[in-house]
Design a protein around this ligand. Structure first.
Ligand code: ASP
Length: 745
């Protein structure tokens, strides 16, 4: 073959690969101009997508309390996911007015209800502040001091920026660990209301069985509206407020997309950990995720059992159950993915190659020679006492009463400090939100389940191996009881590994002590009362100490332990910062290329194509599902119980203009190879012209692994097709005015 023929073939292959395959990447705004998106399929100018000096698509994209969303009308209408709005719908639901079950549709502005605790952020600008942040550290600092100095500097920057920009929200995000920091300024809206939510049997069709799965048939969308004060400034809820006018409205494209079409997402992916080492992954795989998945499974079962027969009680537990179920299944997917992809071994191999590269140059070896070993030592140490620290961490999260008590005591101490020295939750800028959280969770408090979950954590603590005992818990449970001394073995109440009859007896007595402690604590504590709780928030440490409440006294006992844990965390972070900062440098040298930072809740772009995949041998999944599939999956049983009206409309082929000409039905779900993670929920999926064709809400089971690694074979994300959204609004719900408002006439 002639030389130039070979080159032409090579060029075609490269171009084709470029054209056909998406790449790993959640690109920060600063990196977008480096991508040749037009070559991949984008049909608009890059400046229409992102323009720091003018209006562009990013002005129509928002963060909705940790999820993503997009503005689709001049009057602040936001499209996001049903599961993102779930908490708000649930909080407004009662047995009589069960919006969660039946859906909600405000016929006009006055019927919309406040989504309490929800906020909306829109990225306004960003600036690299790495030098400013890193300037505050010096060589004489201990590792913990280093971390604290950086944290304090970040708080100072935020406080100053917010003072200079009233109504805005600032945040400094660590991009590359210990290396780069970017200040983001957000427009910050605090009056957000619910406009439309489909019934549960559409919005959460398939429930947990279908969660993290493809093919998917869930209408996971809802509509909110953002409001501002009459003078257009951001403000908390008030009946006088007016709808917010976004700088940019994202155009909705009722024609949708087809297989292989170019698509992109602008959204707020939460966290990925792709630049971490094999030992981090080993800890996640062998310890943390297994622990959490097992604990959550236990807690979910307990809460489901308690709430099975009573909707009122069930409503109090649904958010917790949904959140934990989502995490549990996600972790199980990741555990499977790590195994299947041999991720730990692959990482180890990469690290061996990197180490060889480091050692191949004396100067490099001197600078980076021990980085990997040192990093791995930190994770090894984390693993050593992991059971104890995991139990301590989840102890507080498992009981509302303990968590309230701890917040009150910690808050009392923190509020004595200067604003920038405080833990973030108690800074002046966050106090309202912290109180709001207390009051919202107090509404869901249910003593029976709180007791059961708390007791289980104490029992788990009682079963810790001797060298990991939580002495405060042991001592507290026994107090001055004479049986205490009787039970002490090697400075511990009992030896859980002692299977002798004496050992069993000791264990039995210990459990009795736990029961007694719990009965007393729950009958005495007043912390479940919302008003009382808020009254105590802001009291001085002495005032809190003087309160005769068993949970407060327990929290006071635990406080030094949690402080010790926090200090250990800061020391570790100090060490990791220095080491990862070096690792990134040498990795760049090794790979001879730049790479993008892990996701960290800041605005990112990812792009790709509507594309199927092969999850298992001999199985191929097509990337578009339809209403036919909803009907096919429908049984009369939860969670596959479609509404009668939907079935009837389908039967009579009432597809309106939303039917797919070739598929002969309304498209419901779309699948694509874009790089997403949690937080991307609610993100607008945009076509080549930058118009909205879907709302991202999930990933395929195999793609839960995205948080650790990306794979063109497995990494597939899922959106609800805009045609289904519009069909549900228009044909199913007769919500014409919403379509009109979105410009879909
Ligand atoms: N459904 C997911 C979540 O809310 C979205 C994702 O992680 O891809 O966590």
């Amino acid at each position: 073959m002639k030389k130039h023929t070979v080159s032409i073939i090579l060029i075609i292959v490269v171009l084709l690969c470029n054209f056909l395959s998406a790449e790993e990447g959640m690109y920060p705004l600063s990196e977008i101009h480096k991508l040749d998106l037009q070559a991949k399929g984008l049909e608009i100018e890059l400046s229409e997508l992102y323009n720091p000096d003018g209006i562009s698509l990013i002005d129509g994209i928002c963060n909705v309390s940790g999820c993503s969303g997009s503005f689709v009308s001049e009057k602040g209408l936001i499209l996001t996911n049903h599961h993102c709005v779930y908490r708000a719908i649930k909080n407004a639901s009662t047995v009589e007015n069960d919006f969660l079950e039946n859906g909600f549709f405000a016929q006009n502005l006055s019927e919309e209800f406040p989504a309490k605790g929800y906020t909306v952020r829109i990225t306004e600008s960003y600036r690299d502040v790495s030098d400013e942040v890193l300037n505050v550290i010096n060589k004489n600092m201990t590792l913990a001091e280093r971390t604290k100095a950086i944290e304090k500097k970040i708080k100072e920057i935020i406080t100053q920026v917010e003072a200079e920009n009233p109504g805005k929200r600032a945040s400094v995000s660590e991009m590359f660990i210990g290396k780069t920091y970017v200040l983001f300024i957000y427009n910050y809206l605090k009056d957000v209301r619910l406009v439309y939510a489909p019934p549960r049997s559409i919005g959460n069709f398939g429930g947990e069985t279908d969660n993290w799965m493809w093919p998917r048939h869930t209408g996971d969308f809802s509509i909110m509206r953002a409001y501002v004060a009459p003078d257009s400034s951001p403000a908390g809820f008030s009946p006088e407020n007016i709808p917010y006018t976004p700088k940019k409205v994202i155009k909705v494209a009722p024609e949708g997309v087809n297989e292989e079409d170019f698509v992109f997402i602008l959204g707020y992916p939460g966290r990925t950990y792709r630049h971490r080492t094999s030992h981090f992954l080993d800890y996640e795989y062998n310890v943390r995720m297994q622990f959490v998945a097992e604990l959550y499974e236990w807690q979910i079962n307990a809460m489901e059992e308690i709430s099975a027969e009573n909707r009122d009680i069930e409503l109090k537990h649904l958010s917790k159950i949904k959140g934990r179920s989502n995490t549990m299944k996600n972790y199980r997917g990741k555990l499977l993915g790590i195994r299947r992809m041999n991720l730990i071994d692959n990482k180890i191999e990469e690290e061996i190659k990197l180490q060889e590269f480091i050692n191949s140059d004396t100067k490099r070896e001197k600078e980076y020679g021990t980085v990997l070993d040192e990093l791995n030592d930190i994770y090894k140490e984390t693993k050593e006492n992991s059971e104890r620290s995991l139990i301590l961490g989840y102890l507080r999260r498992s009981s509302n009463l303990l968590s309230y008590a701890y917040t009150l005591y910690e808050g009392a101490i923190e509020l004595q400090k200067d604003d920038v020295e405080r833990e973030s939750a108690y800074m002046n800028r966050n106090i309202d939100m912290t109180k709001k959280r207390l009051s919202l969770t107090a509404k869901d408090f249910y003593a029976e389940s709180d007791k059961i979950l708390f007791k289980n954590m104490l029992e788990r603590s009682a079963n810790l191996p001797l060298h990991q005992r939580i002495s405060v818990i042991d001592e507290l449970l026994y107090g001055n009881d004479v049986s205490h001394s009787k039970l002490i073995t090697n400075n511990s109440p009992h030896d859980p590994t002692d299977i002798s009859p004496q050992g069993e007896t000791k264990r039995g007595e210990y459990i009795e002590q736990i029961d007694a402690f719990i009965e007393n604590a729950y009958s005495k504590s007043q912390l479940a009362g919302e008003e009382y709780l808020l009254e105590l928030f802001g009291k001085t440490p002495d005032e809190i100490r003087a309160i005769d409440d068993p949970f407060i006294q327990f929290a006071i006992e635990l406080y030094p332990l949690y402080q010790e844990q926090k200090e250990i965390g800061k020391t570790r972070k100090g060490a990791l910062d220095q080491l990862y900062s070096k690792l990134i440098d040498v990795k760049k040298e090794f790979m001879g290329s730049e790479f993008v930072p892990d996701a960290n809740g800041t605005l990112r772009l990812t792009y790709g194509n509507i594309r199927g995949y092969s999850p298992r041998d001999a199985v191929y999944s097509y990337p578009i599902t339809t209403l036919d599939g909803v009907v096919e999956k429908t049984t009369s049983e939860f969670p596959f119980d479609s509404p009668e009206r939907l079935l009837k409309l389908h039967k009579h082929k009432k597809f309106g203009r939303f039917g797919h000409p070739k598929l002969g039905s309304v498209p419901v779900g779309i699948l694509y190879n874009m790089d997403t993670t949690g937080g991307n929920s609610g993100s607008a999926v945009l076509n080549a012209k930058g118009e909205l064709v879907g709302i991202n809400f999930d990933r395929a089971y195999e793609a839960t692994i995205n948080d650790f690694a990306w794979s063109e074979d497995y990494s597939r994300s899922i959106a609800v097709d805009i045609r289904y959204v519009l069909w549900v609004l228009d044909i199913y719900s007769d919500a014409d005015y919403l379509l009109e408002e979105m410009g879909v006439n």
